[in-house]
Ligand binder design. Structure first.
Ligand SMILES: NC(=O)C1=CN([C@@H]2O[C@H](COP(=O)(O)OP(=O)(O)OC[C@H]3O[C@@H](n4cnc5c(N)ncnc54)[C@H](OP(=O)(O)O)[C@@H]3O)[C@@H](O)[C@H]2O)C=CC1
Ligand SMILES: Nc1nc2c(c(=O)[nH]1)N=C([C@H](O)[C@@H](O)CO)CN2
Length: 235
């Protein structure tokens, strides 16, 4: 039995699709979730190990590290997917907002990678860390300033950990633009957002699944970014 793939924040959307794809191919999976929901129960029924974790505090990260170390003696990969997409417009306490964004998107991946690196090493074949960043890591964002800065920090962690953990561990970013709408996105937003890319499409979660599977199968990618943006960078 191969070691499990750890996916953070996998109770919905992209993380859930990645977990379900791996399980469908009998790849063992450990997921973290923040909020209990039916999808977590279903993942457990499908054989996933599930760990409740809130990465917004140091104590929450401590507890997650302890739980993951107790759950497995090795890891095939870590996919840092957990994320809060918070705009400044919905906050007045900007100190708290950027602290939370950095906590979830940079400090948690940083601390988990350092604490769990030994679970990824010495397996005779390369293992993987994948950071789910964002198209805005290079462009910035007027409406999600703290979020964007934290994703840029996460991408920089890709570069540092790729140097630190080679050759045992490959470390890459996946930087999506719009892959999936949120249920409450109004039609006007959807129509406008679709036109932001050259391909004028919103591909859905399977685009992230395919990117993850490419990186897991690669023998020569590390310190890189897979940009899933439909050509938006050329508009
Ligand atoms: N969807 C898209 O189009 C795009 C996605 N991305 C990135 O891809 C990744 C997946 O995106 P998507 O599936 O839309 O993500 P979601 O917005 O659905 O969030 C994924 C999960 O993160 C968890 N999460 C949020 N805050 C915390 C926290 N403090 N501690 C632990 N877990 C937390 C949530 O847990 P719970 O629900 O259990 O509370 C949620 O299920 C993210 O990193 C995102 O930034 C980037 C660009 C575009
Ligand atoms: N945690 C999340 N991060 C992001 C989301 C999301 O739903 N959850 N969505 C986006 C948007 O699709 C954006 O890319 C549209 O331009 C970005 N990050």
């Amino acid at each position: 039995m191969s070691h499990p793939v750890l996916i953070t924040g996998a109770s919905q959307r992209l993380g859930l699709a990645i977990a379900n794809d791996l399980l469908s191919r009998s790849v063992p999976v450990i997921i973290t979730y923040r909020t209990p929901k039916p999808a977590v129960t279903q993942l457990e029924a499908d054989g996933a190990s599930t760990i409740q974790a809130d990465f917004s505090t140091a104590q929450g990260i401590d507890r997650a590290i302890d739980a993951i170390q107790a759950a497995t003696s090795g890891l095939r990969a870590i996919i840092h997917n957990a994320s809060d997409w918070e705009p400044e417009s919905e906050h007045r306490d900007y100190q708290s907002l950027i602290e939370t964004m950095m906590q979830v998107h940079a400090i948690a991946p940083y601390r988990l990678n350092l604490a769990l690196q030994s679970l990824l090493q010495g397996q005779g074949s390369t293992t993987d860390i994948i950071h789910m960043t964002d198209y805005v890591q290079l462009t910035g964002s007027q409406k999600h300033v703290a979020y964007s800065a934290s994703k840029a920090a996460l991408h920089n962690l890709t570069l540092s950990f790729a140097k630190m953990l080679a050759p045992d561990v490959k470390v890459n970013s996946i930087a999506p633009a719009l892959l999936m709408f949120n249920d409450d996105d109004p039609q006007a937003y959807r129509d406008k957002a679709r036109k932001k890319s050259l391909l004028e499409t919103v591909p859905g979660a399977q685009e992230a699944v395919k990117a993850v599977n490419y990186l897991l199968s690669s023998d020569y990618m590390t310190g890189q970014t897979l940009h899933l943006d439909g050509g938006r960078h050329l508009k």
